[in-house]
Design a binder for this molecule. Structure first.
Ligand SMILES: [Zn+2]
Length: 211
């Protein structure tokens, strides 16, 4: 491309549409460079996508459009912050302060300097988005389904059936014996139809990534 003045690799690459958290190895004139390296006229710049894997604990922040993906990730046991009224600045700030991975389809948001770890979702379909996240951060060995509250993200604890008995629907009383409760918000969970649907999805993901 034509030289447009001295600028950082970050600025250069993002002007072409790729948010910096998606960038891996950078080379300028075959020497290792960084996002803040300043380019000169006639430099040969090579930028490679970040490889799949997770350099930090897989804890996430999701932007306000990703409620279903947040529920899926929580269902699989992942710590996910999600509020549909956070603005971009709050999201970027939380990502930085808590060293979380930001998930979004908004490239501008992912380009913010405060965002170190992030991923730009390609699909609009939540189950597909889940597959993308599992693949990108190589999460298959870390799935822990039904250990986290879908409503508030708190880890669940087992609870005896008699403790929650009065709160159950007649058929649930009849067919289920294992229950979990969220100590933060009180929501009760059991392995009903939600569970079966999720099991199927998890099996599909594992199957898809086998070979
Ligand atoms: Zn809860």
């Amino acid at each position: 491309m034509k030289f447009r003045g001295r600028q950082s690799i970050k600025h250069l690459v993002e002007s072409l549409g790729a948010p910096h958290p998606e960038i891996g190895v950078i080379q300028v004139n075959r020497q290792v460079a960084t996002l803040s390296t300043i380019t000169q006229d006639a430099d040969q710049v090579e930028v490679f996508p970040i490889p799949n894997g997770c350099p930090v604990e897989p804890r996430f922040v999701l932007d306000g459009h990703l409620g279903r993906l947040a529920a899926y990730l929580r269902l699989l046991g992942f710590d996910c912050l999600y509020q549909n009224d956070d603005d971009d600045e709050q999201l970027a700030e939380t990502t930085q302060r808590e060293e979380r991975i930001l998930l979004s389809r908004d490239r501008r948001l992912l380009m913010r300097t405060a965002v170190t770890h992030g991923y730009c979702l390609r699909s609009l379909d939540p189950p597909e988005q889940l597959k993308e996240v599992i693949e990108r951060f190589d999460l298959r060995s870390r799935l822990a389904p039904f250990h986290r509250c879908l409503r508030c993200n708190h880890p669940l604890e087992p609870v005896a059936k008699e403790v929650v008995f009065d709160r159950l629907e007649p058929l649930t009383k009849l067919y289920f014996d294992d229950f979990q409760i969220c100590p933060a918000c009180g929501q009760v969970y059991w392995k009903g139809s939600h569970y079966e649907k999720m099991q199927k999805l998890v099996e599909e993901i594992i199957e898809k990534n086998k070979g």
